[in-house]
Design a protein around this ligand. Structure first.
Ligand code: FES
Length: 114
């Protein structure tokens, strides 16, 4: 099943940037990594923090703004202390300039990492 929801226009999120998007499935963090879009849950799995307020580090990781734990954005994998629980990821669907997420599916990278 597909639960497709609109996230953002591609022109509204430049490469290297992230944005919080409120959805019926909770707040998501949307990332533009070099022109490819990703979506994860926005809440850090360590404590209460909005990952969209964090900093993208390296090519594809997000550092939490509170305790600076890092996650791999494409797979949601928790990489550094104090984060030990992976982030939920969502499949992103690009249709022209419109970016959607499927709330019922993981990112392709997370799905293939299992
Ligand atoms: Fe994110 Fe602690 S709240 S690392």
């Amino acid at each position: 099943m597909t639960k497709k929801i609109f996230l953002i226009k591609s022109a509204d999120l430049q490469p290297g940037c992230t944005r919080k998007v409120e959805t019926e499935g909770g707040d998501l963090a949307v990332f533009n990594l070099g022109g490819k879009f990703y979506a994860t849950s926005n809440m850090c799995t360590h404590a209460t923090a909005s990952l969209a307020d964090g900093e993208i580090v390296g090519d594809d990781c997000i550092a939490c703004p509170v305790h600076f734990g890092e996650f791999h954005i494409p797979t949601g994998q928790a990489l550094t202390f104090p984060c030990t629980v992976d982030l939920r990821t969502y499949k992103v669907i690009e249709e022209g300039e419109d970016i959607y997420a499927d709330l019922d599916a993981e990112s392709e990278e997370a799905a293939s990492a299992i």
